[in-house]
Design a protein around this ligand. Structure first.
Ligand code: GLC
Length: 420
């Protein structure tokens, strides 16, 4: 079975390859997505190392002058997707969206580089290192409104956990009166019961329109945008990525960047407590405008181990939350704790499992010495693929696949992690 599934996983990556970049899945997501490509590179690395580097290089070809790596690169137009390049209207070549996605790139570049012997003269690593430094500086400049090293997002799509209920309250304040009419495409590809509702989608479009009207002025969006949240996921991921980038900076004797990153890491380590919510004993996303915590335990809450934060007591409470999840979930790690408001084991980011998040959570747990939990998550992930195939996401209750089929990053996670 393992061999067959590995074969299928490779075929999915080859089939979703559009020449130097991979689409997340055919139909539903016909372009290059930022963090998808980072994880996909890990999958390619198992059988075609050149193609692994290329995936990231093609992504970085869409980096903006200000340093932002966009969440989508529209290499070739595809009428089957909304909102496409003409809706974003960023005026970039290649055309891109105007927002970013989780900064996991530096972590993955470090891994690719180390797996090849950590040669500090590796030109591919050096070029990507420079792109990551620029991208991290963009986050530090535009996305740290409190100056405490956490990451603010200005669109829920930036988080990668697009439809999580963490964003519900902030989204409810978004004025949708000027949105106008548009034709959604996602519900033509997958069951509408799994996708966001029409009201939710209007809010996503309204936030996009604010950015477009500002001429994609990232200062203006950061200071006055209609949606501003401190995302627990991206805060943890950027802290982790800064640690990995520091390893590269040291190898390159880039002393200025070393000092810069050390300071950023110290800032984020101290700042993370701003997200700790004692009521549930976990790190939770928090609204910049109202200061309110979402109070929701999501799979991103467990990225604390991956980021290397938390006191002994905080870590114990996180493990207790994970333990609690096993009572209602057959498989770990659900994107939202069962029993939370809006929990739905089938709807996007309100319950289903995404293996890329599980992978990061498991990696962090293993590094923190929780090998039993790391192995439990890996085994569950493996079972989900064996049971349902390479779906976008999976029900934590039944293990059934949800979202799109033949998903690139799910195939990559099989090859690089749970199918090994
Ligand atoms: C959805 C997910 C996001 C992912 C994209 C492509 O929008 O929420 O995380 O990057 O699909 O797979």
């Amino acid at each position: 079975m393992t061999q067959d599934l590995s074969q299928t996983a490779q075929e999915i990556l080859r089939r979703n390859d559009r020449g130097g970049y991979t689409v997340p899945t055919h139909g539903l997501y016909p372009y290059q997505w930022n963090w998808d490509s980072a994880f996909v590179a890990l999958g390619f690395a198992e059988f075609d190392r050149d193609r692994a580097w290329q995936e990231i290089e093609t992504l970085v070809s869409g980096q903006w002058e200000d340093g932002m790596i966009p969440h989508i690169i529209f290499h070739k137009d595809d009428p089957g997707y909304f909102p496409g390049p003409s809706v974003w209207a960023t005026g970039k070549t290649p055309p891109t969206s105007g927002i970013t996605q989780p900064p996991v790139l530096a972590t993955i570049v470090r891994k690719l580089w180390e797996d090849e012997g950590a040669d500090p003269t590796n030109p591919r690593m050096i070029a990507l290192y420079q792109a990551c430094v620029k991208s991290h500086r963009w986050f530090h400049t535009y996305r740290d409104p409190l100056g405490n090293g956490l990451v603010m997002v200005t669109h829920n799509w930036e988080t990668g956990r697009d439809n999580s209920s963490e964003w519900d309250d902030a989204l409810a304040r978004v004025d949708t009166s000027g949105v106008g009419t548009y034709q959604r495409r996602d519900t033509g590809h997958v069951d509408a019961a799994m996708r966001p509702t029409a009201v939710e989608y209007d809010r996503y479009v309204a936030i996009l329109q604010f950015g477009r009207t500002s001429g994609w002025n990232h200062r203006e969006i950061a200071d006055h945008g209609p949606f501003r949240m401190l995302d627990v996921g991206m805060s943890m991921e950027l802290l982790r990525a800064n640690r990995d980038l520091l390893v590269l900076a040291r190898a390159l004797h880039d002393t200025e960047v070393v000092a810069e990153l050390e300071a950023r890491i110290a800032l984020s380590e101290a700042g993370m407590d701003w997200l700790w919510y004692e009521g549930v004993g976990a790190y939770c996303s928090r609204d910049v405008v109202t200061g309110e915590s979402s109070g929701l335990v999501t799979n991103a809450s467990f990225l604390a181990f991956y980021a290397g934060v938390g006191t002994q007591a905080q870590r114990q409470r996180l493990i207790a939350a994970l333990e609690r999840m096993t009572k209602s979930a057959t498989y770990l790690v659900p994107s939202l704790e069962a029993g939370s408001r809006a929990y739905d084991h089938k709807r996007y980011w309100r319950g289903p499992i995404w293996l890329v998040v599980s992978y990061m959570v498991a990696q962090g747990l293993a590094e923190a010495g929780h090998d039993d939990w790391a192995e439990r998550i890996r085994t569950d992930s493996r079972k989900l693929i064996e049971l349902s195939g390479f779906y976008e996401s999976f029900s934590p209750e039944t293990g059934a696949g949800s979202g799109g089929p033949d998903f690139s990053w799910t195939a990559a996670m099989w090859l690089a992690w749970c199918g090994k």
